[in-house]
Design a protein around this ligand. Structure first.
Ligand SMILES: [Zn+2]
Length: 343
C-alpha cells in the first residue's frame, strides 16, 4: 500500500497533532495521531504488533516503541527499524526523529533505551538523561504494586518540541522538558503507570478513559505515600475538601465524560479519588488484588468501566453499585459516608 503526505500540513476537526519544528519531528498525541503517519483502523481496541522503519538524514536518530532491530546507513540516509512485539493500540505507536543523545542498558533483566534531545544545553541534557534513567527503577516499583511489567523494554524520550503534554507511548513514554523537581519525577511515575493502565489494558471505548487517567494519577499518590511523602488517604481528604459541593468539578460524570471532556481534570483527580475511596471501603490488600487481577485478566486487551466495577465487587465480596454510582456516574459530590469510603 502506498501512503504519502506531509503530516504537519494535515488537519482534521481543527486538530494538527503532528509536531515538526527545527530539525525534530514527533508523532505523539492522543487520541488522534496514528492516521497522520500510517494507514490504520484507528481504534484502541484494534491492537496489533508493529514493525516501524523510519529513514532520516544521516547523523539523526529515530526512537520508537519496543526494541531497535536494525540501523542501516546507505548514502545520505540512515534507516531505523523498531519493533513492538506485544499488541499495541494505534495511538500509542510513536516515533521521535532528530538529534538525540541515546543511551541503552539492561536493569534487572529489563532492556531500556532513553533519549534526550540535543537541543538542550549540556546541563539540561544530563539532568533529563538522569531523570529518564530512573524509569527502569520506577517500572520495578510499579510491578511490585500492579504485577508483571507487560512489555519487553522500557525507557523514555525527552523532546525539545513544545508538546505541552507527556504521553504514555507503549514501552517508552514521551515527555516535554520536565525540569528536575518532584513534579518531574511524578510525571514519569504517571506515564509508566499507564503501561499497565492504558497500554496493556486499554479502553474499550474512549468514554472508559478514567480507567487510564484515574489509575495513573492514583499510582502517583501510592508512589508518594510509599516514598516518604503525603499518604493517599490524606490526598483524598485534601482533594475532597478543596472542591466544595458547589464546585463545577463535581458535575463531570467521569464514567461518561463525553468526547469534548475526555482529558478534563476531574477524569484524573476524581478518578484517583474514586480508587482511594474504594481502598478505604475494601482495604489496601483487596484494592491491590483488584488492580493486579484487572491487569492480568485484560492483558494485551481492553476493559470497560462496568467490567472493572464487577471485578471490584467480586474480589471484595461487597455490593459496590451505590459506591460507583456516587463516584463515577453522578454529577454531584459523593456524600462523606462510610459507604462512599469517606468516614
Ligand atoms: Zn495520563
Amino acid at each position: 500500500m502506498s501512503y504519502h503526505g506531509v503530516p504537519k500540513r494535515l488537519s482534521y476537526g481543527g486538530e494538527k497533532p503532528f509536531f515538526a519544528e527545527k530539525d525534530e519531528a514527533l508523532a505523539v498525541n492522543q487520541p488522534h495521531i496514528a492516521p497522520w503517519w500510517f494507514p490504520v483502523n484507528d481504534h484502541p481496541r484494534d491492537k496489533a504488533t508493529y514493525d516501524v522503519t523510519v529513514a532520516v538524514p544521516r547523523g539523526n536518530q529515530v526512537i520508537g516503541n519496543g526494541t531497535l532491530v536494525s540501523r542501516r546507513t546507505t548514502g545520505a540516509r540512515t534507516s531505523y527499524h523498531w519493533r513492538m512485539r506485544q499488541p499495541m493500540s494505534s495511538y500509542l505507536a510513536f516515533f521521535a526523529a532528530g538529534r538525540y543523545r541515546v543511551e541503552s542498558g539492561v536493569s534487572h533483566g529489563l532492556p531500556w533505551t532513553v533519549a534526550v534531545s540535543k537541543w538542550f544545553g549540556p546541563t539540561a541534557q544530563a539532568q533529563q538523561l538522569r531523570l529518564m534513567k530512573a524509569s527502569p527503577g520506577i517500572v520495578r516499583w510499579l510491578s511490585t504494586q500492579f504485577g508483571r511489567y507487560p512489555f519487553d523494554s522500557t525507557g523514555g524520550v525527552v523532546t525539545s518540541l513544545d508538546t505541552g503534554f507527556a504521553l504514555e507511548n507503549q514501552s517508552r513514554p514521551t515527555y516535554p522538558f520536565l525540569g528536575n523537581g518532584h513534579e518531574a519525577h511524578t510525571t514519569v511515575v504517571h506515564e509508566l503507570a499507564h503501561q499497565w493502565f492504558g497500554d496493556d489494558v486499554s479502553v474499550r471505548r474512549w468514554s472508559d478513559i478514567w480507567l487510564n487517567e484515574g489509575f495513573a494519577t492514583w499510582a502517583e499518590w501510592r508512589y508518594d505515600e510509599t516514598h516518604g511523602r503525603t499518604g493517599a488517604a490524606a490526598r483524598l481528604r485534601q482533594q475532597y475538601s478543596s472542591h466544595p459541593a458547589s464546585d463545577p468539578f463535581w458535575r463531570l460524570r467521569i464514567a461518561e465524560p463525553g468526547h469534548k471532556r475526555l482529558f478534563d481534570v476531574p477524569v484524573y483527580d476524581r478518578g484517583a479519588m474514586t480508587l482511594q475511596a474504594l481502598r478505604n471501603r475494601i482495604g489496601t490488600t483487596d484494592l491491590l488484588r483488584v488492580l493486579r487481577a484487572w491487569a492480568a485478566q485484560h492483558s494485551y486487551s481492553t476493559g470497560t468501566v462496568e467490567e472493572f466495577e464487577a471485578l471490584a465487587a467480586r474480589v471484595s465480596g461487597q455490593d459496590l453499585d451505590g459506591f460507583f454510582d456516587a463516584w463515577v456516574r453522578t454529577g454531584r459530590r459523593p456524600a462523606p459516608t462510610a459507604a462512599n469510603g469517606l468516614a
